[in-house]
Design a protein around this ligand. Structure first.
Ligand code: ARG
Length: 430
């Protein structure tokens, strides 16, 4: 039978679904992966009420409650909705690379974010961390998703990243001095850093992003060179933690990774140059590595065409392989490695392409799925509510054809997406 991808149906599904979140839904499938327990349930059933899973188990022990709406995902594998810990919904890989970005009015970023939020959700990602945007525009996108105005994943927003003058986070290194271009989160010294954290919290961000080394896509920064002193990084972490927010630090180089861990950050983004000591420190401090090991392929293949600076392509060539070696080392050493892609460098919606690379470079299939579900939820302090398929978990579910535990790449084609009990995508057989 030919499959009919119901993209055209999606709007309809989710717009009527606002009402359906309150009803009881009975979901069945061929098998279900429960990443929190690290096991598979054959012929599972889930009962969902008000967007939350109330019961989960084998269908034979869990009959459909009277009046429940059945969702029968025959032939499919059910999993918790996926979590990407590192995306930038306001940026688009094919628009705005290098200097071409200056051709766009700043409000276009919001338009792209709305489009990219939907693409991300339809690809099976029901939760993302939006880990840095130029202003506070992502707060509006997050709120619009939460209030059901637009389809999208649950979005944790960092807002303007906080970092040093001319640093990777300040995002202002492309223009000559007479433009006096500077980013919203640029600060000098611990007290200014604290003030920036306070400002971001005032406007409603969900977590704090900083940078403790240079980066690939900032002009004139070095991957290996630390950015910000430990004192400055500590001020950011102290201020954020005091207010109950977590801190993510961009760090490629080894010293910057260690500085950030010493300062107490919660996640290290990229984590490209890891040695045994950095891995040991992260394990000791309970720090998660979020390693974007797919995007290197996209940048090296498409970057030039997209206007990416030669300098960035050169830096990518320098770091891509090393980062993959670090990934293998970190996984082998039992470090906590979560799923984070830096979607924006490649087109949003292709996030799941990273799974096969995570398996190729050292994880087994279950570990790769856990990295994007139960482990990511743990890093978000949402254990038992996100990235899981047991009672009390949010009804964030996806279904795929085939078994991701034998072929992880089946996660690249998601047939069914539900977030908080609302169905956004359902591929039906004709
Ligand atoms: N945003 C990061 C940076 O500019 C992307 C790094 C991408 N490359 C990689 N191999 N992970 O540094």
């Amino acid at each position: 039978m030919k499959k009919n991808l119901s993209v055209c149906l999606c709007g309809m599904l989710w717009s009527v679904a606002g009402a359906s979140a309150a009803e009881t839904v009975y979901v069945t499938a061929d098998r279900m992966i429960d990443p929190a327990a690290g096991r598979v349930i054959e012929n599972p059933a889930l009962i969902i009420t008000d967007g939350v899973i109330t019961q989960a188990g084998a269908a034979q022990n869990l009959p459909a409650p009277e009046g429940a709406r059945p969702v029968a995902l025959d032939g499919k594998t059910l999993l918790p909705g996926l979590i990407d810990m590192h995306v930038h919904l306001t940026s688009d890989a094919t628009k705005g690379g290098g200097y071409s970005g200056f051709a766009f009015q700043k409000e276009r970023a919001v338009v792209w974010a709305v489009i990219n939020a939907e693409r991300t959700l339809m690809a099976g990602f029901t939760t993302v961390r939006d880990i840095g945007s130029e202003r506070y525009e992502m707060l509006a996108v997050r709120d619009a998703v939460n209030e059901g105005e637009i389809p999208g994943p649950r979005i944790y927003v960092a807002g303007p990243p906080i970092g040093i003058v001319g640093g990777h986070c300040s995002d202002n290194t492309y223009l000559p001095p007479e433009y006096e271009a500077t980013g919203e989160g640029v600060a000098t010294g611990p007290w200014e850093m604290r003030a920036k954290v306070r400002q971001n919290i005032k406007y409603g961000v969900d977590f704090i992003k900083t940078c403790s080394t240079g980066g690939v896509f900032s002009k004139g920064t070095l991957l290996g060179a630390p950015q910000g002193t430990v004192e400055e990084l500590r001020a950011i972490v102290d201020e954020a933690h005091m207010r109950g927010l977590k801190v993510a630090s961009h760090a490629h180089g080894n010293i910057g990774i260690k500085n950030a861990i010493t300062a107490g950050v919660d996640t290290i983004e990229h984590a490209s140059y890891l040695d045994d000591e950095a891995i040991r420190m992260a394990k000791r401090e309970g720090v998660y590595f979020s390693m974007d090991i797919y995007n290197t392929e996209y940048t090296l293949a498409e970057g030039e065409k997209n206007g990416v600076l030669q300098e960035s392509i050169d830096k990518e060539r320098q770091v891509g392989g090393v980062q993959r070696e670090s990934f293998t080392k970190a996984v082998k050493a039992g470090a906590k490695v979560v799923f984070g892609t830096d979607a924006a460098i490649f087109p949003h919606g292709d996030n799941a392409k990273q799974f096969s690379r995570m398996v190729r470079f050292g994880m087994n299939e279950m570990q790769a799925i856990q990295a994007a579900t139960s482990l990511a939820a743990e890093a978000l302090d949402k254990e038992g509510s996100l990235g899981c398929v047991s009672a009390e978990c949010s009804a964030d579910l996806i279904a795929v054809t085939g078994d991701p535990l034998t072929d992880i790449s089946v996660l690249e084609t998601v047939d069914f997406v539900m977030r908080e009990g609302v169905v956004y995508k359902e591929e039906r057989a004709d």
